[in-house]
Design a binder for this molecule. Structure first.
Ligand code: ACO
Length: 332
């Protein structure tokens, strides 16, 4: 008889967002913008920015502590830590290894995976596949970002959109095939990489006086192109995953989309013919937190009672790369 798990379930979730809140009006004090411009174009009202000492690993560690407590799992039982981030504390060691030490998860295999705002859906599939080998029992997956460290305060088209924070989930095996992470649909299109990227800081453009003068160490984005591509790839991934599982959108209790822009989500809602009241939204409070966006929203949706046992939930994201993904979850 096979001992391989029949499914992978979410055992617990947790999130952490910095206490330092900056409203649109706060930003308008030092950026040429306004509360009205930001809110009407994005739906964002405020975001959290990390303060001194609140690094990406620190926020990820706090979210992980909460996820482990929620799952009722001891740190000694965690055997895998995978982190999704585009703002690691440093190029190496990995943020997963830094979190391992801060949490005291000494028995775990640790690695980072980078897929920008789709990162959490990428690490979910990687962790689930590793658990399905039967070799891992308690995987901690973490999306954590300190985007304030790469924002260009002289570029008002990008700096108003992003915030900092972290979310985590504990995944483990289950014998019930109808619950947990039912399916994944990931994708990538490197040819569209330059619509959203950070040119400096890697081996192509290491830090020099010139790279700093040329502002290469900040996020760059062609907003209109990203907007159109985001709607297209999320619509496609959502439709494909529903179709390949013989499901229709009426069966979804909740959609948790990447929290980038309310206008993108509204267009996605109309293309998928899923009413907006079935989309979970918290971008008003946090802005776009990239890889942390889905796990923060997932944690809040569980805690708010927006998703409950037996619910079918669709997670859907897009991000730099381009990357995208959709995941179907049946809550245990
Ligand atoms: N405040 C005030 N005015 C502004 C601001 C601002 N913060 N930013 C731009 N403007 C001005 C522009 O200068 C322009 O003025 P002009 O007409 O005098 O030239 C005007 O507003 C319109 O600018 P657009 O760029 O055309 O604005 P648009 O309506 O396209 O909205 C936005 C911009 C909100 C960025 C939109 O394109 C968008 O949401 N794109 C998707 C972005 C996104 O979701 N990115 C997440 C990526 S996920 C990841 O992987 C990180």
């Amino acid at each position: 008889m096979s001992t391989l798990p029949r499914s992978v379930v979410i055992k617990g979730t947790g999130s952490y967002t910095p206490a330092n809140i900056k409203t649109n009006d706060d930003l308008a004090e030092f950026v040429d913008t306004s509360e009205e411009w930001i809110f009407t174009r994005t739906g964002i009202k405020e975001r959290r920015f990390a303060t001194e000492g609140e690094n990406t690993s620190h926020m990820g560690t706090e979210a992980s502590r909460r996820a482990l407590a929620n799952a009722g799992i001891q740190t000694s039982a965690v055997d895998l830590v995978i982190v999704a981030t585009i703002t690691p504390d440093m190029p190496f060691p990995s943020t997963a290894c830094l979190i391992q030490t801060q949490l005291g998860v000494s028995n775990a295999v640790c690695m980072d995976i980078e897929a920008a705002c789709s990162g959490f859906l990428y690490i979910m599939e990687v962790a689930a596949s590793m658990i399905k080998t039967g070799r891992y029992q308690n995987a901690l997956i973490v999306g954590t970002e300190k985007l304030s460290s790469i924002l260009d305060w002289e570029d008002r088209t990008t700096c108003v959109l992003f915030g900092d924070g972290a979310g985590a989930a504990v995944l483990g095996p289950s014998d019930s095939p109808q619950t947990g992470l039912l399916d994944f649909k990931l994708g990538a299109d490197g040819a569209n990489g330059e619509v959203l990227f950070m040119p400096g800081g890697g081996s192509a453009n290491p830090a020099t006086g010139t790279s700093i003068d040329n502002r290469l160490h900040f996020l760059k984005m062609r907003g209109k192109e990203v907007f159109k591509l985001a709607v297209k790839v999320m619509e496609q991934a959502a439709k494909e995953i529903l179709e390949q599982n013989g499901l229709n959108s009426d069966q979804l209790a909740c959609v948790i989309p990447h929290q980038a822009n309310l206008r993108i989500i509204e267009l996605l809602s109309s293309r998928l013919e899923i009413p907006m009241d079935r989309f979970y939204l918290n971008l008003e409070k946090y802005g776009n937190t990239s890889a942390a966006s889905i796990p923060i929203a997932l944690d809040e949706a569980f805690r708010d009672g927006r998703i409950n046992s037996g619910d079918l939930v669709l997670l859907v994201a897009f991000g730099a790369g381009l990357t995208w993904g959709a995941t179907l979850v049946r809550c245990p």
